[in-house]
Design a binder for this molecule. Structure first.
Ligand SMILES: Cc1cc2nc3c(=O)[nH]c(=O)nc-3n(C[C@H](O)[C@H](O)[C@H](O)COP(=O)(O)OP(=O)(O)OC[C@H]3O[C@@H](n4cnc5c(N)ncnc54)[C@H](O)[C@@H]3O)c2cc1C
Length: 463
């Protein structure tokens, strides 16, 4: 079989990229080893409860999200989070403190001590670092905003986003916009004011002000909807084993339900996790395989719990809470799922999603699963003042959940760019490049589409 473009991986990254190609009449095909599209975006229904086992929501950071949703006819499925979810809590000394989102609330909060607040407010007077390039997020934040801000704001925040550890994450790679504020403007506060002015002119929305969205039947509806639009261009149960150079382009070898097959093509886009991609390109570039293999994906357990509303003594007035590692709990935080998206359960019940493990506690992978879950449920019930057992619980163990853009990642990223330059027509995408959030994956799909289009246009001119 001969195709112009083969995309390996039918998660949101691969499918959104395929979407732009199909819309613009390119000859494209997607191969995925799973029997359903969506990758880590998994939504399931069990005992009448619908829940997400991967991402629970996305942030509408780019108009491209709504554009795809509308164009594939899913507008009636698209839902925004209830505004109650705007309030977020952080646990300190077993008390949930609302995260202060305005200067007056920052001054009033008991989440930080006065010493901690004054130290954070001194940020504009902190000098720029001479060597920001290899700094961890922890080094960057404690230098600019102080240790208490790191421990009680940033540490829980990165647990919520990356299931990550600020001591290991690279500020430049994991939070490039934050890093750029110091690089360009000398500090975070000054930079934030200046970039907010510039952003007003752009169609993109900053993560902190973007609206949170999902779908009536969960996040997997999105990749499933794109796959439906793509129709027979999406081939499931196709486990790709390697990509090889040919005289005219590339060959993608795969097994579909025990049958060995291959496709010849001009363009190969890899949209699989880095540890999978490392097995595909070893024949073309051994060093690339090593770089891809070095990206760490910690294990995470997603635990879904449903309680009778009457058994919860705490007011349900927010998105949920995150836990700083200093609090020494066995889970990272909890999303109050049916508060944000009320249609997730009936009026008399409340659904929660807890996250356990991550870079903070990777040992959960080898521990007795029941004990890990029991401990998390016990601690969760204490925080929420819940006096009855959950009426339903289910969990999903991800042995390799989310790629960590750790210190040293810049070297991998440099090599990925070099690999693409040395092998025209091969592209590496997916959430280990350019951001892990669903919104990042959508934005990157459009950037990649334009890059490939430019390459094909220039190739056509030469031919
Ligand atoms: C538990 C969890 C919670 C998250 N929560 C959020 C959240 O709340 N908000 C948010 O914005 N983001 C969240 N994320 C991150 C976000 O969901 C992911 O970064 C994003 O969905 C990744 O999409 P992807 O297409 O790049 O990769 P994946 O979803 O991993 O898709 C890769 C695809 O490649 C396929 N594949 C792999 N190897 C092969 C092979 N050899 N041959 C063929 N196919 C192959 C796989 O089957 C898979 O379908 C979360 C992630 C996890 C795991």
């Amino acid at each position: 079989m001969k195709k112009q473009i083969v995309i390996i991986g039918g998660g949101i990254s691969g499918l959104a990229t395929a979407y732009w190609f199909k819309k613009n009449n390119y000859d494209v095909v997607v191969l995925d080893k799973n029997k359903e599209p969506g990758g880590v975006m998994e939504s399931v229904t069990n005992n009448g409860f619908m829940f997400d086992r991967g991402p629970n929501s996305g942030l509408e950071v780019t108009p491209l999200i709504k554009q795809i949703v509308d164009e594939i006819g899913m507008s009636d499925q698209f839902i925004y989070a209830d505004s109650t979810g705007d309030k977020r809590y952080i646990l300190r000394n077993n008390i949930l403190h609302a995260l202060p989102m305005k200067p007056n609330l920052f001054l009033a909060t008991k989440l930080f001590s006065w010493k901690g607040k004054l130290r954070a407010m001194a940020e504009p007077f902190v000098k720029r670092s001479k060597d920001g390039y290899y700094q961890s997020l922890a080094e960057f934040v404690s230098r600019r905003l102080g240790k208490e801000f790191l421990d009680y704001a940033i540490n829980p925040f990165v647990a919520g986003v990356y299931a990550g550890n600020p001591e290991e994450l690279s500020v430049k790679s994991a939070f490039p916009k934050l890093y750029a504020l110091e690089e360009k403007y000398g500090g975070i506060f000054v930079g934030a004011i200046k970039t907010a002015r510039a952003r007003k002119k752009s169609p993109e929305t900053a993560k902190q002000s973007a609206k949170m969205f999902s779908f009536k039947n969960g996040m997997q509806s999105f990749p499933a909807g794109i796959a439906k639009y793509l129709g027979n261009l999406v081939n499931l149960n196709c486990d790709v084993s390697g990509v090889y150079k040919t005289e005219t382009g590339y060959k993608v070898a795969y097994t579909q339900l025990d049958e060995e097959k291959s496709i010849d093509c001009d363009i190969v886009i890899s949209a699989v996790p880095s540890y999978s991609a490392s097995k595909l390109f070893g024949g073309i570039d051994r060093q690339l395989a090593e770089h891809l293999n070095e990206i760490y994906y910690p294990p995470v357990i997603v635990l879904y719990l449903v309680y009778k509303k009457s058994s919860i003594q705490r007011p349900l007035d927010g998105f949920g809470f995150l836990i700083p590692s200093k609090e020494k709990k066995s889970f990272l935080g909890a999303i109050w799922s049916s508060v944000i998206f009320p249609t997730r359960t009936t009026e008399d019940k409340t659904a929660f999603t807890l996250f356990i493990g991550g870079s903070r506690n990777p040992e959960i992978a080898d521990m007795d699963r029941d004990s890990v879950l029991k401990k998390a449920i016990k601690e969760f019930q204490e925080v929420m003042v819940i006096n009855e057992k959950p009426i339903f619980n289910a969990h999903r163990f991800w042995s390799k959940a989310i790629p960590q853009y750790n210190v040293g990642y810049v070297e991998h990223d440099k090599y990925f760019a070099e690999f693409e330059t040395n092998n025209p027509g091969l592209y590496l995408s997916g959430n280990f490049r350019g951001g892990i959030a669903v919104g990042d994956c959508i934005r990157n799909s459009d950037v990649l589409y334009n890059k490939v289009k430019e390459f094909l246009d220039s190739k056509n001119k030469i031919d």
